[in-house]
Design a protein around this ligand. Structure first.
Ligand SMILES: C[S@@+](CC[C@H](N)C(=O)[O-])C[C@H]1O[C@@H](n2cnc3c(N)ncnc32)[C@H](O)[C@@H]1O
Length: 523
């Protein structure tokens, strides 16, 4: 039997398994998605999930074989052009102008969106035939297909897709230029997005508020689909009960909320950039179900010296946004406050070494790696790369555990792996000179931060801000008011170093205060 035949046989068997799992879980047929207004496939049991994963990979392989190399490569660039057609239709707000039920004539649609009937016909027919996006009815009108109905049924999800359609193809088509300009990935700001749009992603979003709002909504939608369960089950959160956890880059606190619901008694401080924290406080203040007594917010950039001495520092879906240089700065900013036994946890997609995982899982993760690099110069790291990254900052951060996420063909939070490090400093032998960790290239000696400048109680006072009357102002206590003694930190520094650190801490907090965007007030 030739390869095409054996693959086709596999596809047939996997299709039967999937169909069975599909029907066992919910009474409907594969083709009834549209009539039932579904935008996602129904929940599957393990066997069904596995069949679906394998089917996605087999179909792709089969298509490549059937096309042969020349047509396969042609279809690659045709598909990228087809994405351009869908992007254009979105920009023209065509999917919002087509009713979810029924249809609309080209004449009416043309009037609504301000583009000629002829051009609309070409665009819509291309999208319908090539991307199953919209469709033409028998009487020649435009109606939704299952794919385009997302724009009516789930505007948040559609929003995220538009953000990607708007920026990902143009950014990824700059990769060659990125590599030419920065062959060793040393310049954080030379990335595909910056070359395509003239500014790094987050700067661009700041100056393009509409895109910024869409992006924020996309991030919230992503967080909302995360489901508490994946977070709650991925780590022994009970082991943090009665202790302090800082969720670095924790956005609106959805992860922290899931954690404290699973393990009441964990004290969470969610840190993020000032604008994010501002909004988070305003939004959560209105939510009576938000666990205000255990989750508080603090404006803090994780590139700056960490101000809180905590038991656990959590980074969920943060490191993949950063190249090694930036990721080292983030880890390094923790060092001044790490006490022996402090844990650093990353919850992340982890890249399987090439060829080691099922192809569908590797494909999904490599796609993500490309998205991260194109948009932000980030990367999805292999386990060994993560270990090397942390070790390159401080060998006292000892790698402790790894929990592999589920391997799937599509992304969801169950695919996140958990990596854990523990700060376990080598004992200082009496009489030996004290060795302070060598700053990594991104930081000069003068930048080596900092003493703890906040106490947890001060941060916790931020939680009951009345969003209506008070513009979300996390209150930081000033360095001078805070304890400057941190067990296990100050001891290993000489007095000169400590003075320099203190100066840097003062400056960095001052910078936050002086920033025109900052909602932070120092009392
Ligand atoms: C991919 S999101 C992950 C959000 C959250 N951890 C989660 O898992 O849902 C990355 C987060 O990092 C935040 N971020 C980016 N740069 C930051 C910085 N310099 N300091 C603190 N947070 C930052 C972003 O605002 C965003 O909330």
């Amino acid at each position: 039997m030739c390869q095409i035949e054996s693959l086709a046989l596999t596809v047939s068997i996997q299709s039967q398994l999937l169909s069975k799992a599909w029907h066992d879980n919910e009474v409907h047929s594969l083709s009834s998605c549209a009539s039932k207004n579904r935008t996602t496939v129904p929940k599957l049991d393990a066997a069904g999930e596995q069949a679906r994963n394998q089917l996605i990979a087999s179909l792709r392989h089969l298509e490549q074989l059937v096309l042969g190399p020349k047509d396969a490569m042609q279809s690659l660039y045709y598909r990228s052009a087809e994405a351009g057609v869908v992007q254009a239709l979105c920009q023209l707000e065509v999917p919002q102008s087509v009713p979810l039920e029924g249809s609309i004539s080209y004449t009416d649609l043309s009037t609504k969106v301000g583009v000629s009937e002829d051009r609309l016909k070409h665009l819509i027919r291309n999208a319908a035939v090539c991307s199953n996006y919209l469709r033409e009815t028998e009487n020649g009108e435009v109606a939704h297909s299952p794919n385009s109905s997302i724009w009516q049924l789930d505007p948040m999800m559609a929003n995220g897709m538009e953000v990607m359609l708007n920026h990902l193809p143009s950014s990824s088509f700059k990769l060659g230029e990125v590599c030419t300009r920065d062959p060793n990935d040393e310049q954080e700001k030379v990335d595909g997005f910056s070359l395509a749009r003239g500014a790094p992603l987050f700067e661009y979003l700041e100056t393009n508020p509409d895109q910024g709002r869409r992006f924020a909504a996309h991030m919230r939608a992503q967080a909302a689909q995360s489901g508490d369960e994946a977070i709650q089950e991925c780590y022994d959160w009970d082991s943090v009960k009665g202790k302090t956890l800082v969720d670095c880059g924790g956005s609106f606190g959805s992860v922290a909320t899931a954690i404290v619901r699973k393990a009441p008694g964990v004290k969470c401080i969610v840190q993020d950039l000032p604008k994010v924290i501002n909004s988070a406080i305003a939004v959560t203040a209105k939510n009576p179900n938000f666990p205000h007594d255990s989750v508080s917010f603090q404006a803090h950039s994780f590139l700056e010296p960490q101000p809180i001495v905590a038991d656990l520092y959590l980074f969920r879906m943060v490191f993949h946004n950063w190249c090694d240089q930036g990721a080292r700065r983030i880890i390094k900013a923790l060092l001044p406050v790490l006490k022996p036994g402090a844990r650093v946890i990353a919850i992340e997609y982890v890249m399987p070494p090439i060829g080691s995982a099922p192809i569908y899982a590797e494909l999904a993760t490599r796609r993500l790696d490309n998205v991260m690099y194109s948009l932000m110069k980030g990367k999805v790291r292999e386990l060994e790369e993560f270990k090397d990254l942390f070790a390159s900052v401080d060998t006292n951060l000892k790698f402790k555990s790894f929990r592999q996420g589920e391997l799937k063909a599509t992304h969801d939070p169950k695919c996140h792996s958990v990596l854990e490090w523990v700060y376990d400093p080598e004992p200082v032998v009496a009489g030996e000179p004290v060795v302070v960790a060598e700053p990594v290239a991104a930081m000069t000696k003068a930048e080596v931060p900092s003493l703890p400048v906040l106490d947890v109680a001060a941060v916790a006072t931020t939680q009951h801000v009345d969003a209506e009357n008070e513009p979300s102002t996390p209150v930081l206590s000033s360095p001078s008011e805070s304890s400057t003694s941190s067990p296990g930190v100050v001891e290993v520094r000489d007095a000169q170093m400590a003075r320099e650190d203190k100066k840097m801490a003062d400056i960095s907090v001052q910078e936050i205060r002086q920033s025109p965007d900052s909602p932070v007030h120092l009392s």
